[in-house]
Write a protein of this length. Structure first.
Length: 620
């Protein structure tokens, strides 16, 4: 969601700040700003509504200088997308400036107290409250002292965050200390890039690439005092601690467009390789199973599992639905799929031998993190299926499985989704072999999984046809997506992709449920995308397709065979390669992703940065 960058060192800060914000644009935002400081001068701001490119032009035309600075891309939560609400925010009469990711839930009560003390607010944000709060505490701590000290600043921040309820990642700059930043975290990530004479701070690792290969992940309730030649880390409960300095992962690398028009299109075409990466080293032909190095549970513990809860949000929730079919079919384990945003507040009865998998691309999704924490507090093992090494969920879960899909920049998830499905299929194979699945059945599953990258490559060959179909339906205002069994979640995901990037209203349904309400929506202006490959319920889906055609509804059929009946009924047909039904959600997702992309392009939408959306949703 929002992005944070910071720099303190010997160079002019603005080039790193601007470039860093550009590296964080994929997270989604509606305004941006930076603050910089020179000795014996006031803190100076530059803010814009809109893109970082506009902020860059403003900074180039201004005289902003300084070897210390902070920057931010904001995704509006409290207050509209205006220059006043953009970060950084100034506290008091200019004593501090800060940027903030997260949400302060009790900001209104704190704001009332600060207004009564005479503090004037310039924005409608919850973040500005923290800036004034730090100034207020700093004033009390330094009263009667000859000068403000670094210790005063540290204590002011520590005492301020103790009053906050919610999630925050804060980076704070002090007017009287033009060589010091303070970072503090609770529930929203911050990473420090370590160097000898300069230090870099960001909300994820992408802005740090090329500047340093050593990083420190701040954990919850940790505060860092960052100066050009030193980093001191304090924990709320344990005082000063020695931080773990890690190597910046080789997986984290700059991601260019490589000739593609958009990141989303590039990532659609990267899926065969992403799936190869997810499979690599995890298929064990000798034992007809899969294996994972990071589950951190013994075979006996895993064999005794009586129930699995899969939880996630958005696209990850759809992959969990596919995982439910996979694990129940192949491993015969009862599965529950929960929206993470609901699970965090529910109190469901849970068997002792239940484990919880949180599924997330970013590893920072606030609702998924909160749900895992709650399940962990109740004594259940928590595991993550995640794409980002070192992310909050990856660190806090008891174990997990990395996707190894590489950076996903486009806001609408594509390769992370199919990588999640690949991992879930291997997980179902693993649990199945722990229980009842025969050696021969395991071997057959592995043989099918090994074909998967090639199947996806062949599925991509439909792109030219999909582009032609998109031209026919780009003016539609409603779409329906229909599928059965493994392909019901595929229909949900296809509808979500279209909604996310083209802003067309779309709904996914189990095909048979059309008769129970949604069929009222069918008319000659509402296309239905029907996923109708061969399989156990093929004839049932064909019957549902006929019901749509009987009401003059246009049909786009996704098929894996030449079938005269479908050809007679459907207005457009997209072919995908034949595969086992448990792999169909992966293969069938490709034309749905391409259809959403091409329709969005025809409608003039920004496919990589769709309105109102964020890549990493770090607020509730």
């Amino acid at each position: 969601m929002c992005g944070i960058v910071g720099y303190v060192g010997f160079k002019v800060a603005s080039p790193f700040l601007i470039r860093g914000l550009q590296q964080l644009e994929y997270r989604g935002y509606d305004s941006a700003g930076i603050a910089m400081l020179c000795p014996n001068e006031p803190i100076r701001l530059a803010k814009v509504t809109g893109r970082v490119s506009e902020l860059s032009q403003m900074v180039q035309q201004s005289s902003l200088k300084g070897t210390i600075g902070i920057g931010h891309t904001r995704w509006a939560t409290h207050g509209a997308a205006t220059k006043e609400n953009a970060h950084p925010h100034i506290g008091g009469t200019g004593q501090v400036a800060l940027v903030h990711n997260g949400v302060i839930e009790n900001y209104e009560s704190l704001k009332s107290v600060l207004i009564a003390k005479g503090y004037q607010f310039r924005s409608q944000t919850d973040s500005e409250v923290v800036a004034h709060l730090v100034v207020d505490r700093l004033k009390d701590l330094s009263e009667g002292q000859s000068e403000v000290t670094v210790q005063h600043c540290v204590e002011a921040v520590q005492e301020s965050v103790l009053q906050l309820r919610g999630a925050y990642g804060l980076l704070i700059m002090f007017r009287d200390f033009p060589d010091m930043l303070i970072a503090v975290r609770c529930g929203s990530p911050l990473v420090i890039g370590v160097s000898k004479q300069e230090q870099f701070i960001a909300s994820d690792t992408s802005p740090l690439v090329g500047h340093t290969d050593r990083i420190i992940y701040l954990a919850d309730h940790q505060l860092a005092v960052i100066r050009p030649d030193s980093i001191q880390v304090l924990h709320r409960d344990h005082g000063r601690i020695r931080p773990e300095v890690r190597q910046l992962s080789e997986q984290v690398q700059e991601s260019g467009l490589d000739g593609y028009a958009h990141y989303m299109l590039k990532e659609i075409y990267e899926q065969p390789q992403a799936i190869r990466n997810a499979l690599r080293g995890r298929l064990d032909r000798d034992n007809a199973t899969a294996h994972f190095g990071g589950l951190n549970l013994t075979t006996q513990q895993l064999r005794s599992v009586e129930r699995i809860v899969l939880t996630g949000c958005g696209t990850s929730w759809h992959s969990a639905l596919v995982g439910e079919y996979l694990l129940e079919e192949l491993a015969r384990i009862p599965i529950e799929v929960e929206y993470a945003s609901e699970l965090r507040y529910r109190n469901p009865p849970m068997d002792p031998n239940t484990i919880v998998f949180g599924i997330t691309q970013s590893g920072e999704t606030a609702d998924t993190l909160a749900a895992l924490r709650e399940m962990k507090r109740k004594g259940h093992h928590t595991l993550a299926i995640c794409n980002v090494i070192g992310s909050s969920i990856a660190q806090e879960a008891d174990g997990g499985i990395y996707l190894h899909a590489g950076p996903e920049i486009g806001v609408a998830s594509t390769k992370a989704f199919t990588s999640q499905l690949t991992v879930l299929t291997m997980l179902a194979l693993y649990f199945g072999r722990l229980r009842h699945l025969s050696f021969e059945a395991g071997q057959r599953l592995i043989a099918q999984l090994e074909k998967l990258p090639e199947l996806v490559e062949r599925s991509l060959e439909c792109h030219t046809l999909v582009k032609q179909i998109a031209e026919q339906y780009s003016d539609a205002t409603n779409f329906l997506y229909l599928g059965r069994q493994f392909n019901f979640p595929t229909a949900l995901e296809g509808a979500l992709k279209l909604k996310e990037i083209s802003y067309i209203h779309a709904e996914g349904y189990p095909a048979a449920e059309m008769k129970h309400g949604p069929i009222a929506l069918v008319d000659e202006h509402t296309p239905s995308v029907v996923i109708v490959p061969q399989g156990p319920v093929y004839e049932k889906v064909l019957s549902n397709l006929q019901e749509v055609k009987a009401r003059s509804g246009p049909v786009i059929a996704i098929v894996d065979h030449d079938d005269p009946q479908v050809q007679r009924l459907a207005d457009s047909i997209i072919h995908i390669p034949q595969c086992e039904d448990f792999l169909q959600p992966i293969v069938a997702s490709i034309p749905l992703q391409l259809l959403a992309y091409e329709i969005a392009i025809l409608r003039g939408c920004d496919v990589d940065k769709p309105r109102n959306l964020a890549k990493s949703v770090t607020v509730e």
